[in-house]
Design a protein around this ligand. Structure first.
Ligand code: ZN
Length: 346
């Protein structure tokens, strides 16, 4: 291919990526709200002013308007521009790596899905089911299309990922959505899925450590607040004699805060160490009314006899974007990473 044409295609992939990226922004914002993607015209989220085509020019509109709405001057999150730019770069890279081959079409779908699921996971702590399904569909298609990776390699990779992930989910940190995503990814990547897993866990762990450090004070405050509320409630239970942990026994109550709404997972109550049953609804209610500033997290309440021994709250962390990064890297340059790694061993 003449070099001029090559450059033309690369630029085209970038521009197309930026346009797809601005569509992905709409998908990310509207999908979880069950709003229609197509029918509603784009508008400023602050003043409601309808946006003209030149306000929605991918990447560049945000830069020229310096991140502000043209009509009301309110700030527009840089996230829109970041998503457009990321899609553009990934599409351009996909073309440069695969050329005009079938892999390019797979890449276009895969990169779009990974970006969407990362953003939705950050917003809502959940990877949409349809995103994992799409990755799995690409994986099944890959079995028939890319035969240089044998089907059994893909299945073995999937089996190992399943075992590894059951452990990771049990240890904590990873969720069921992460598992679904990685099962589909193993069909798509074969053994290269382990590169994706390694990259995801590596960067996820770095982020998790920094986040833990950053959130420590806030988590402590919330723990103390919950402890105060639980103590008051529990004292009431003891005084009324209606439900408390019998002397010498211990129980752990687990709860979570999801979308700003705290609740207790009462099904984990170990009823045999309790005398009678506590007023469950009363505790749920007081938590819901008083713990209002936290968005996502989990807590443990350890009750020993007639006193609350300890309350520990931790903010939830997302893994989706890190797994997404790993899958993208493994899909695009997994073979090169593997080659580099093997050359280090010699
Ligand atoms: Zn506005």
């Amino acid at each position: 291919m003449p070099i001029g044409l090559h450059i033309f295609y690369a630029v085209l992939a970038f521009v197309l990526g930026s346009v797809i990226g601005s569509f992905l922004n709409v998908v990310i914002l509207r999908t979880p709200l069950h709003q229609s993607i197509v029918t509603e015209p784009s508008h400023c989220f602050s003043c409601g002013h309808r946006l003209a085509w030149y306000d929605m020019f991918p990447i560049f509109s945000w830069i020229f308007l310096r991140g502000k709405c043209r009509y009301c001057g309110s700030k527009i999150s840089p996230r829109y521009m970041i998503i457009e730019a990321t899609t553009a770069v990934l599409y351009c890279l996909s073309y440069l790596i695969f050329g005009l081959k079938l892999e390019l079409a797979f890449s276009a779908v895969l990169m779009a899905v990974l970006i969407v699921l990362s953003a939705i996971d950050i917003d809502r702590f959940e990877i949409p089911y349809w995103c994992s399904i799409t990755v799995a569909v690409l994986g099944v298609a890959a079995i028939f299309v890319f035969k240089e990776t044998p089907w059994y390699e893909r299945l073995i990779a999937m089996g190992i990922i399943l075992v590894v992930f059951v452990l990771l989910v049990l240890v904590g940190g990873m969720g069921g959505g992460d598992l679904q995503l990685m099962l589909g990814a193993s069909l798509l990547l074969g053994y290269k899925v382990f590169i994706a897993l390694f990259i995801g866990v590596f960067f996820g762990a770095i982020y998790g450590t920094l986040k833990k450090f950053h959130d420590r004070e806030a988590e402590k405050e919330v723990s103390e607040k919950i402890k105060g509320l639980v103590e008051e409630w529990y004292q009431n239970q003891v005084d009324l004699g209606c439900g408390y942990v019998t002397e010498g026994n211990e129980d752990t109550i687990v709860g979570s805060i999801s979308e700003g709404d705290p609740d207790i997972e009462w099904e984990f109550l170990e009823e045999k160490v309790w005398k009678g049953l506590p007023e469950k609804a009363a505790l749920s209610k007081t938590l819901r009314e008083n713990v209002t500033d936290e968005r996502e997290g989990g807590f443990k309440i350890i009750i020993k006899g007639d006193k609350i021994e300890r309350v520990k709250y931790s903010r939830r962390m997302v893994f989706g974007p890190f797994l997404g990064l790993g899958i993208a890297a493994s899909w695009l340059v997994g073979t090169q990473i593997l080659g580099w790694y093997l050359s280090l061993m010699h």
